[in-house]
Design a binder for this molecule. Sequence first.
Ligand code: AMP
Length: 301
Amino acid sequence: MPLLTIGSAAYDTLETPYGFRDRSLGGSGVYASFAASFFTESRLIGVVGGDWKPEYSGLLRSRGVDLDGLETRLEAKTTYWSGRYFDDMNARETLCFEGNVMSETYIPIVPESYKTTPYVFLGNGSPLTDMALLDAIEKPKLVVADTMDFYINGMRNELLALLQRVDGLILNDSESELLTGRRDVLTAARLIMDMGPRFVVIKRGAYGAMYISSDATYLVPAFPTQKVVDPTGAGDAFAGAMMGSLAESGDLSPESVKSALLYATVVASLNIEGFALERFQYVTRADVDKRAAEFRKMLVS
Ligand code: AMP
C-alpha cells in the first residue's frame, strides 16, 4: 500500500572523521522517502527553493520516489543544515539550521491523488505543518511521526497537540528523555503513550531500537556495520524503511512489526556506509534482502 512521507528536502554540509561535503542532498523527507521506496510506492511532500538542483529530483525519481508533492518556491531558498560528528560518531553537533522555505508555519500543498494515501509518515518538520497535512488526508490507516530536539524544545505545545492525532511516535533515546524527563526508555515510552500514540519506537544508536506498545515490547540490536562514514539520515532511513515495510505488509501483526524493525535496522546500516546519499542511492532491494538474511542469521532466536 502507498506511503506518504512529509519532511525536509535539504542541502546538508557534513563533517565527519572521514571527510567533508558541502551542500549534499539531504533532509528528513528525502532520506525517509528514499528508504521507503525499497518496499512500497513512496510519495514525498515537501518544499524546496529556486536553488534546488533538478538532478536531485531526478535521482529520487529514478528510484521510484513520487515527487508530485514536492513544491518549488522559486523566490525562496532551500532548507539548509550543517553538522559535525566527533570521533566515535555517536555524538554530533548541529552547526547551523536554516529552515528557509520550510518555515515553522509552512502549509503543504497536497495533490488530490495523495489524499487517500493509507500510510503516512510525518518526518522531522514543524508539528503545525504535520497537522495541516493530516487535515488534508482522508482517514489514513496508520500515521507515525518522528520528532527531534528542535521541535521538542521550540514547539512543545504544538507537538503535544500533534501527538493526540498519531498512532505511533519514533524518536531516539535522548529525544524521549527531553520529551518526558525520564532517562529509562520503558518509563519514557509509557509516558509518551499517555500523550496519545499507541506505540513508540525508541532508537538507541549503536544499541539498536525498541518498539513498545501496551501489549508488546520488541528489541532489535544495531547491525554491526564495520565502517560508519556518515551517520546523517540514519534515523530517517530507519523510520522510512520501517514505515515502507509496514505499508508493504499492510498490517501491524507481531510478525510484520518485527520484520519492519529488522528491515529498518538493515537499511539504516546501508545508509551510513557513505556520505549523504552517495552510496545509498545505488542500494537495491536485493542488497537490502541480502543483508537482512545475514542479520537474521546473527540473531539469537
Ligand atoms: P538524522 O541524522 O536522522 O537525525 O537526520 C538528519 C537530517 O535531518 C539531515 O539531512 C537534515 O537536513 C535534516 N534536519 C536537520 N535538522 C532539521 C530540522 N530542524 N527540521 C527538519 N529536518 C532537519
